[in-house]
Design a binder for this molecule. Structure first.
Ligand SMILES: [Fe+2]
Length: 290
């Protein structure tokens, strides 16, 4: 049996996934036939309300990916069907896992162009918040952009960077890159700021807040700044970082040697979430979606 990983939350949580069937790479069968009608109904509720919001708030590349996956509003997706689309688009696959998995195995999956997707779905009384990712977050939030070649290459580069960060004792700095740029990233488009981060796009409230609310700071992407910034786990973010393009993100992740950044800042305290530095370039949220 695989070792159960720790959850990245402030309060201790008991992971609900069944890890007893997980292999050394933590994958399990999706067992799609075992989902109940009530579980499909939870998917329907979440999918229906979020698919309309993404048309207004998500990056065009995310919207295109969500449509290309051809996921049904009526039922939880079948990962084998998803893989037929993904493999053709970018060579990626999704694999079912019981829930959060240890960093080493997570990085290894990404480096091999496999995205781990939790197989279970939240309960109906948890539509707006749960403390660990489920299939709605992992699939709806993450998989659409894996159809985008540039973003997909960034994700692979991120996986490849993992073992080096572990060896350097710099995992928290690399994890901030994932948090801010994969889970909570914004992108500038000719029509205004749009969302591509999975943590935002799988949350109805934060999708609107991240673009419309005047309170959070929206700071132009800077790799070192991101890697030095602490983040909030159980609340909406106070700072979002804004990329200009997925190529910019890929280039920063792929072309940069992180080792000097780790040695320069690894021993210093992170910049608090919500702080604006004199060197930051702020992006306006004034141009909201129509
Ligand atoms: Fe996620």
């Amino acid at each position: 049996m695989a070792k159960q990983p720790l959850a990245p939350t402030h309060k201790p949580v008991t992971l609900r996934g069944d890890y007893s069937l997980a292999g050394a790479d933590y994958t399990v069968p999706q067992a799609w036939e075992s989902y109940t009608a009530a579980e499909h109904a939870v998917w329907r509720t979440l999918y229906t309300r979020q698919i309309d919001l993404i048309e207004r708030y998500a990056a065009p590349e995310f919207v295109a990916g969500a449509h290309a996956l051809n996921a049904s509003a009526e039922r939880i997706p079948r990962m084998d069907e998803t893989n037929q689309v993904l493999e053709q688009a970018t060579g990626w696959r999704v694999v079912a896992v019981p829930g959060l998995i240890p960093e080493e195995q997570f990085f290894a999956h990404l480096a091999a162009r496999r995205f781990p997707v939790t197989r279970w779905i939240r309960r109906v009384d948890e539509l707006d918040y749960l403390s660990e990712p489920d299939i709605f977050h992992d699939f709806f939030g993450h998989v659409p952009l894996l159809t985008n070649p540039m973003f997909a290459r960034f994700m692979q580069a991120y996986g490849e960077a993992g073992p080096k960060a572990i060896a350097a004792g710099a995992l928290p700095m690399l994890a901030r890159l994932y948090w801010y740029m994969v889970e909570f990233g914004l992108i500038a488009t000719p029509a205004g700021l749009r969302v591509y981060g999975s943590g935002i796009l799988s949350s109805q409230g934060e999708t609107v807040y991240s673009i419309e609310d005047p309170r959070p700071h929206r700071i132009a992407f800077d790799l070192e700044r991101v890697m030095r910034t602490a983040y909030l786990i159980d609340d909406f973010q106070r700072t979002y970082f804004v990329i200009d393009s997925f190529e910019q993100l890929f280039r920063a992740g792929y072309d940069t040697d992180f080792a000097p950044i780790y040695s320069r800042y690894g021993a210093t305290a992170p910049i608090a979430a919500g702080v604006v530095l004199p060197t930051d370039s702020l992006r306006s949220a004034a141009q909201s979606p129509t």
